[in-house]
Structure formats: C-alpha cells, structure tokens
Design a protein around this ligand. Sequence first.
Ligand code: ASP
Length: 349
Amino acid sequence: MTFLIMTKLKKSSVLLIYTGGTIGMMQDVVTGELKPFDFKSLTKQIPELNKFDIDLSSISFKEPIDSSNMHPSVWIELVKIIKDNYKKHDGFVILHGSDTMSFTASALSFMLENLSKPVILTGSQLPIGIIRTDGKENLITAIEIAGAKEKNKPLVSEVCIYFEYKLYRGNRTFKYNSAHFDAFKSPNYPALAEAGVDIKYNKSALLKPSTKNLKTYSELDNDIAVLKLFPGISKKITSAIINSHGVKAIILETFGAGNATTETWFTNELKKAIDKGIIVLNITQCLEGRVIQGKYETSSHLKKLGVISGADMTFESAVTKLMFLLGQKLTTKEITKSLLKDLRGELTL
Ligand code: ASP
C-alpha cells in the first residue's frame, strides 16, 4: 500500500519595518513640503495588503525619517529589531527613503552575518497617496519576495533592494536617478530577480542561505574621510583632509581603474598617513568597472604605498564596510585583510 504523505506548507510570515521616506509621506497643504505621516495611514492606503496569503506584522518608527537623516545609530536599531524578531518571521521588508537606501542596505549586509532569510528594502519616488505612485507595486512585490519559499525555506537569504520591478543585492547598488521610478543601479552585479507577470529569480546569482546561527554586530565607527580626486586638487585641502583629527580610514575616490596623480606631494601625504596606521582604500569614480592597482603607472605608486584596492565596491559599500570593520576594533592588518575579502557579496574577487 502506498501512502501519500502531505506536508502542510506553512504560511509565510513577514515583518514590515517602517522607517520613513517618500513612500509614507504626504504633502503639507500650506507649504507643499513632503512630510512623513502616520504608518496606519499607509495600510489604509493599500487595502491589498490585507489580501495577502502571508501573515503580515508591522513595526513603525515613532518618528519616521526622511532618509537624508539616516544615521548609523538607526542601522543599529534596525539590526536589533531584526535580531529580536528573527525566529518569528520568514522575511523582513524595510520601508525606507530612497536617498540613502543603498547605504542602509550595505550597512545591514555587513551587520547581519549568516543570514538565511531575506531582508528587503523598498520605498518609492512618489508618495503612496498619489495616484501614479510607484510605492504600491514596490511594497506589494517586496512583501511577496520576502515571503517567497522553496521547499518550505526562504528563497532569498540576503539584504536586497527591490525597486521598479528589480531585486538587487543591496550592497551592489547606488541611487542614480532622482526623477525616474527606476532609481537604482547595480552595475557590477546582475539583478537577483525581475518581476513581470511572474517573479523570475536569478538563482545562480543569489547568496546561499547560511546554515549557521545569525550573528549581529552593533558597533560602527564613522571616523572616515573621503578624498575625491579631481585634476588640480590643491595640496592644502588634500593635506587638511588626510590629516583630519581622529581620522582612521580614508576613501580615495580615484580616476578610471584606480588612478591618481603621481605628484610627489600627494604620494608623500598618503605615505605619512599609511605610516601612521591610517587605512587608505581606493575605489573608482567610475560607476562601472573596477580598481586594478598597477595597471597604469598612475596607480602603481598607490600599490607600493600600501593603498588597499577596493576592487568594484560601490562608495556606499566602501563607507559601511569600513564603519563595520573599524567598529570591531581590529588591527590595521586584520582590517586590510577583510577589506580585500568578499564578506557579503559586495565585491568581485
Ligand atoms: N527624501 C526621500 C528619502 O530618502 C526620498 C525618497 O524617499 O525617495 O527619505
């Protein structure tokens, strides 16, 4: 006799975390300014949320913020919310302003180690109350992806951004357009999924779910300076940035494949900083491609000095990876080693 064993598929449970951003804003009738509104109004605006075959719970920040006011302390708060609710839910959706969404996604990717569940950030370019809003589709599909399972296990297990029909690895993205619905790009890594009639997952591009327990980090150090090069940059200003009081790491935004001026004063300033134990990380101003130190004479001197190649990391990933590593009070050698490593899919080796 054959028995048919039926395993009842458990309904997915998704936690929605509302931090603010345009998606939940309304227009002030007097000034015309966009200001955050009460989260309850958001669920009223999207009655479709009640129709989902997903158990949806939500947490809202008491004071929703425009993401231009985003801060590492908020990332720590978000990590705590996810940690405290990790066992109870199959996935997480964070509603966030698009302006700094890539920074938050990158930071969370480093602060949440061994993920086996999705953390999807989404938002919109137009407030949800406006007829042509992109917020409804973004939110509904983000929830669907956060609740998506295969063999009763979450399909996605990393920090992502879902925006305008595409799911991206969060730490590969940047906001490139403030006027189009299609606001994000991930030039050095393919989209993880595309939503059309069906949601098509690019399974080979997804990170594998971790079999270890979730490990969270709540120390970040923001003693970082950024030096964006341009032809004719002054010695005086460069020196002021490099020698800023308390700086522990400098992100050097270089030209092309990681190139910089070979003027002696510049090399000397960098050498002094590196000798003091300051980390200097080289990322390119180009939005696509990577740093290859030593390809040109104009980057060989950086390599010799001990400038670290940021490969194809975005600026957002470079900043947050440094904050994360500096926060762990590691030695310069250990930080260097980790910067060169692919920790969360943020760089191509
Ligand atoms: N200024 C808004 C924010 O980032 C823009 C948006 O939500 O798209 O919070």
